[in-house]
Design a protein. Structure first.
Length: 173
């Protein structure tokens, strides 16, 4: 055999030996794998979609499966019915993920002074925390902070932008 053919054969075998099956099992001897070096993988494994579900107990899991934020009316910190519904789901999620500690961040829109908005943001975060406590979540698992108008999600000066910026957000520590 020529050197080129021998090198290509060796490279192909090396790549086949490094392949990791999608089902997480090893492809070595005794694993039940019927795939020979260079043969196509079984259609069962090849056609199975990769899992894209977020890992339980993560920020992504909270955002995707429950929602991490609630919204407030202008110059208000009381919880609207739709906000209470989201917080109830957050409480259930926190009960299922008892290792999780969160920071509740209060935000405001750009109107008003910095000092006023920091205080309003804190009242918003505290109203969320108080409702979570009423739903049975331990206060030791929650911290409260206010960013006031310092971290808008929408930079525009419109009613739509302001409504998105008046929020309270659960962030996993």
């Amino acid at each position: 055999m020529g050197w080129k053919t021998l090198c290509l054969l060796f490279a192909g075998l090396a790549l086949a030996a490094c392949e990791t099956p999608q089902d997480g099992s090893s492809a070595g001897v005794g694993s039940g794998s019927a795939t020979a070096a260079g043969a196509a993988p079984s259609t069962e494994v090849a056609s199975r979609p990769l899992s894209t579900a977020p890992r339980p107990g993560t920020q992504e899991d909270l955002v995707v499966n429950v929602g991490d934020r609630v919204f407030f009316e202008f110059d208000r910190y009381d919880l609207k019915p739709d906000a209470r519904s989201v917080i109830e789901k957050q409480a259930t999620w926190l009960e299922q993920n008892r290792q999780v500690v969160v920071t509740i961040a209060g935000h405001t829109d750009e109107r008003g002074t910095r000092e006023y908005n920091l205080a309003l943001g804190e009242r918003r975060a505290n109203s969320i925390r108080d409702y979570l406590v009423a739903l049975g979540i331990d206060t030791n698992r929650m911290k409260v902070t206010s960013f006031g108008k310092e971290r808008p999600v929408d930079q525009r000066s419109t009613g739509e932008a302001w409504s998105q910026n008046r929020r309270g957000v659960l962030v996993i520590d």
